[in-house]
Design a protein. Sequence first.
Lengths: 319, 311
Amino acid sequence: MATTSPIWLPGETPVDMTTALGKAEIPSPVLTASGCSAFGRELEPFVDLTAIGAVVTKSVQLRPRSGRPTPRMAETPSGMLNSIGLQGPGIDGLLADELPWLAERGVRAFVSIAGTRARDFAELATRLRGAPGVLGLEVNISCPNVESRGEVFACDPVAASDVVSAVREAADPAQPVYAKLSPDVTDIVRVARSVVDAGADGLSMINTLLGLVIDPDTMRPVLGGVTGGLSGPAIRPVALRCVWQVHAALPQVPILGMGGIRRGLDALQFVLAGASAVSVGTAVFSDPSAVARVHDELAGALAARGFATLCDAVGYAHR
Amino acid sequence: MRGRSGHFGPSPSGQSGHNGRLLTEPAPVAARPPVQRVVEVVAARPVGAYVELTLAAPDVAERAEPGQFVAFAVGGPTSAMLLRRSIAIAGAANGAVTVVVAPHGPGSTWLAGLRPGDAVDVVGPLGRPFPLPAPGTPALLVGGGYGAAALVGLAARLRERGSRVVPVVGAASADRLCSVDDLGVLAGIVWITTDDGSEGRQGLVTVAVEEQLPDAGVVYACGPMPMLRAVADLATAAGVPSYVAVEEAMACGIGVCMTCVLPVVGSDGRTRFARSCTEGPVFGGDRVRFADVGRLRPDVVGADAMGVVAP
Ligand SMILES: Cc1cc2nc3c(=O)[nH]c(=O)nc-3n(C[C@H](O)[C@H](O)[C@H](O)COP(=O)(O)OP(=O)(O)OC[C@H]3O[C@@H](n4cnc5c(N)ncnc54)[C@H](O)[C@@H]3O)c2cc1C
Ligand SMILES: Cc1cc2nc3c(=O)[nH]c(=O)nc-3n(C[C@H](O)[C@H](O)[C@H](O)COP(=O)(O)O)c2cc1C
Ligand code: FES
């Protein structure tokens, strides 16, 4: 727990920040969040993408998707509601344009996949086997935005585990598979347990909470998609509670924590609750350099508390 | 000059709509990437209903091109307003950036209340600039409300390249007119319309646009969406290429969130939901499908995956 100098300087922290996503080692525990940094390119002017833990890419599906009509966004106190509808290029576009760009630069990609049937997820995992630069897969079973005849896998432990086992079976064995959980469930531990039993190497949590805003002038919902996903600091206590409960129940399972992380001290709370890595999502919209800044601030906060390694702090609040 | 498209690509067919050949090429990306800086407000001056802020922002100023915008963090470090506010760049010279802010909701009202000496976090320049026509092409510039401010830098650039510049500026009322003097210095004469007749001619800018269009080789417009639509439609119908700087609600301003999309016809003729922050805000006026904003039509790329298919 030795800090050699009393004053911490950015980039000169003595804390060992290395961590892992499943078996995949990463030099920083701070990642982007799916859907909040597109495919990474746009952040290049603001952060060194090779230094961050990984770029978690926008959830990709088999086919290109237009996403929902606008308005797609409403600002809320310390947060926002979005109803993007998973606009994206589809797996072909991802493999042809986005992943090569990241791989050429040595940027680690944690690829988020989404679908409406278990076999779609499995096909995506198959297509991503051995793709250069792909560190692992995040399985978005929890996006509440998609029009999928009401199927929200993450709310049903059986459906969720079907998807995860299909992905784990199809995926490159070297690529860790994280299941991304929704907070909109009665018992998140139950869902966590079932996807871990189905072979998930880790858990990403949390996705957005379903919300609604009505415009008092038009007296109609603001968003084109009526409801939307709530994100940002407003959801942080909910996210932290989820991480806490799951880590308490499944202490061996790695957690990628997220939900309202804006500063190093926010990230620290997730680490203390049991996350071994964190994603910064909505905060990137207010500060495009947030991912790198949160890394530096977290390192400083760990140093100031006498931690020599990030790993020593994971789950510390439970002990 | 009418019907000449300069280097804008395909020659005009005189057709409007999306089945005919388009008069414009998509605006190219800016030459230089944006920066993020905390900058000082050096001047704050009321102009009618607006406030003109001058910022000491040399890194933004030296990169800025006409048509681009900046995005401000609002409300200070403990603000519950998470999202940046996008504001068009009205001027960039001598290390300073000027913007014209209309107090609207809490974020823009906070910006309009900034005083000299205050610090503000800014990201920019963002978005694609107005493409410039072949030197000498006569240009019609149409500004609505504070949108006129974004045309001042463009007018200067066009004059340098030998273009005759005809500005048309309109607003609801005289106090919402903007940049009339600056445009007058550059262009000599400025055509003014106000909805209430409190200055210039009473009526919409389109009245003046229709009169000036026959002499124009290219049209540029910045202002509210209904105005952009009307101006683009007039220009396209007359076979004149037009470029519009749109204003769509933005969460990030840098291209990562996908909130700011519009249905726009790409260079391959297919319509996609294009991000106004990074693929715009400047679009070919004949490429934006104004009538379909806020809708998902079956011919938008990827609509089928959303379950929207042609009947
Ligand atoms: C490219 C671009 C250039 C612009 N240039 C100018 C300018 O030069 N001067 C000026 O006064 N205003 C300009 N605007 C509009 C300005 O961004 C909005 O008025 C402002 O964001 C409203 O924020 P608010 O907190 O005052 O209002 P609220 O209505 O409370 O805003 C709530 C949320 O909606 C978003 N929002 C609301 N209205 C708009 C809008 N019209 N455009 C974009 N986002 C919106 C805000 O960013 C915010 O996240 C521009 C917008 C864009 C996209
Ligand atoms: C605009 C937007 C788009 C998002 N898109 C996705 C997505 O495609 N896939 C996904 O798994 N999560 C998506 N999310 C959820 C985030 O990855 C994250 O789980 C959530 O926003 C909470 O973190 P935050 O508060 O830091 O943003 C999106 C969130 C936002 C705000
Ligand atoms: S505002 Fe985020 S993509 Fe345009």
